[in-house]
Design a protein around this ligand. Structure first.
Ligand SMILES: [Zn+2]
Length: 323
């Protein structure tokens, strides 16, 4: 099936089957052409100095491009999360395809098997693709749902958490705040290190304009939000009262939690913000054609880096947790 759910303003979004993706990215030369076109739709420019005075070398050696202004060589990987990677562009494209089309995410173990690379490489690759997902920009207006979720928890604290019987479900877990604009269906979500009312409100205000009507639960965290607001009383089982509900945000959390429990088993708090980027980025790109989703990831790769040693952190000893 290559055509599926309706997108705003379009009758269909154009999908891409796994077989089509494998065919499309099996030839490295054609795949490089696709990356070049996705990164520089208006023509190749130097990633270092921005010059258009570029020569392309048919031999691709020592690098496919040379800038005549700064006299440096470069490739389509230069200045992106792919810089320094020995993986083929086909592997990068297929990894992006697999992560884009699996709505609950994909474990590094699965990527390792599907792409024929080591699990460590797959883990680093997946984190670099997460880093490339677009954050989304612009303020939400109209009807907006705001809600928080509590994710994971430090494994070694689990015992402690159980013993604490706090009843709030938040001890030892990481707080994530989210807003969803009803009309566009877009979501913004962020890990809130210190989930006080002030910090949660600051997050909601930073993503909504003055015209927004914000629906929240009755949590005291939203008192004094400084936006028009209606609440839905979850504790009284009043989940839906006309328009006043947070079901959209809750279904986003439900999918995130299904990914957390079923695919990744454990998001370490250290990497949680990158998983949130993945789930929000994938959610927001859903109305787009698969081809455009992949091109969006390529543009998001530009100007970002994520070295393996930074990912595992200098202080960490032994094996990184591979999820
Ligand atoms: Zn240059």
């Amino acid at each position: 099936m290559t055509q599926s759910a309706k997108a705003p303003g379009k009758s269909f979004r154009k999908g891409m089957s796994l077989v089509q993706a494998v065919r499309r990215f099996s030839n490295e030369e054609r795949t490089e052409r696709w990356f070049i076109q996705s990164r520089w739709p208006d023509g190749v420019i130097c990633p270092r100095c921005g010059s258009e005075n570029i020569k392309e070398r048919p031999t691709r050696k020592p690098q496919p491009f040379r800038c005549y202004d700064c006299r440096k060589d470069f490739s389509v990987k230069t200045g992106t999360v792919m810089q320094g990677s020995n993986l083929s562009l086909g592997t990068w494209a297929l990894a992006a395809y697999i992560l884009t089309t699996n709505l609950k995410g994909v474990s590094s173990m699965k990527l390792h098997r599907d792409l024929g690379i080591t699990q460590k490489t797959a883990w680093h690759l997946a984190h670099r693709i997460r880093e490339a997902w677009e954050d989304g920009s612009g303020l939400f207006g109209g009807t907006v749902e705001a809600d928080e979720a509590y994710i994971g928890g430090k494994e070694h604290n689990k015992h402690e958490v159980k013993k604490q019987h706090s009843g709030r479900g938040a001890v030892g877990k990481a707080a994530v705040a989210g807003v969803k604009e009803r009309e566009s269906g877009e979501v913004r979500a962020k890990v809130i290190d210190n989930p006080t009312g002030a910090n949660v409100q600051e997050f909601v205000r930073s993503h909504t304009d003055w015209s927004a009507m914000v629906y929240t639960d009755e949590s005291a965290a939203y008192h004094g939000l400084n936006r028009m607001r209606e609440t839905v009383n979850h504790s009284a089982k009043e989940y839906v009262r006309g328009q006043a509900h947070t079901n959209g945000m809750e279904s986003f959390w439900a999918n995130l939690k299904r990914g957390h429990n079923g695919v990744y088993h454990h998001f370490s708090v250290k990497h949680l913000s990158r998983y949130i980027k993945e789930f929000a980025g994938r959610h927001n790109a859903r109305p787009m054609d698969t081809e455009d989703q992949l091109r969006g990831i390529v543009s998001g790769m530009v100007g970002r880096t994520l070295r393996y040693r930074d990912l595992i952190g200098a202080k960490q000893s032994g094996q990184p947790r591979l999820v």
